[in-house]
Design a protein. Sequence first.
Length: 315
Amino acid sequence: MNGDEPGTILVAPHHFPDLNREHALADELDYELVAAADVDAFRAGLPDAEIVMVTPYARLTAEEFPIMKKCRAVIRYGMGYDNIDVGAATKAGIPVAIVPGTASEEVASHAFAMGVALARRLPTGDAAIRDFGWAGVIGYDTPVLSQLEVGVVGLGRIGQHVARMYSAVGARVRGYDPFIADGPVELGSLGSVLENSDIVSLHLPLNDDTRHLVDEDVLARMRKGTVIVNVSRGGLIDEEALAAALKSGHIAGAGIDTFSQEPVAAENALRSAPHTILTPHIAWRSNRSTGALQDGAVERARLALTGRPLIDLVN
């Protein structure tokens, strides 16, 4: 606590069932917890906040950090932090901590389920019946699971989980990760993995190097009939180009849990693209992951407020 007035812990707009853990921390350390109802309220609370707890539903840009005079730390629920200008935070002397690893199994299983469902052409079969059709030629073009060639792009915690899942059904798995020289699976170049796989599963952060990693040119070079899965960050894929490739039939399916704009814009071309499984950024959710995520964020906030070293810093 600073001075005679209780300090503030500010929580960005969220979809958690409750903030009981955060309230307990505030009560324990004699702080006031402020839960912002919307992005305007979030920004209005920044000047008085000693801890700022950020969800995917708010951004911290270079414009915000100069007004965060009391801030002792920014805590990002989860491991992705592309909605935080880390460079501006560093310039302002504000540490940014993430909460990795609380839902690795959930995200990996979501990606695996999407990939297998699309490889087996389940959405196409479902759509045929809903359109009063029948089987037609659906499914003749897909290999059995044990003959699939799967490319996992990004071999962090989640990517390695995904690789193990596909290996368990007998698929040939190859991976690409610029930071791994001796990986848990056969490694290949980025181009080779993207262009020579039946399923491409993306598990990368979003930055200047990875934005639109999968663009019109890359899609054209992929095998006809490739399935693409993205549970990482929406900006990894050029969504207009992907929708066009799906409509042309060159790409056989896409499983997308993260989008360049969330909630998804009404005009997003993927809404009308065929052979897709679209989910609203829920890959990380389960009956245990939300609590684990909040526990991790609260623990990092406690460290910052009690003067102990923060963990999982990104600056």
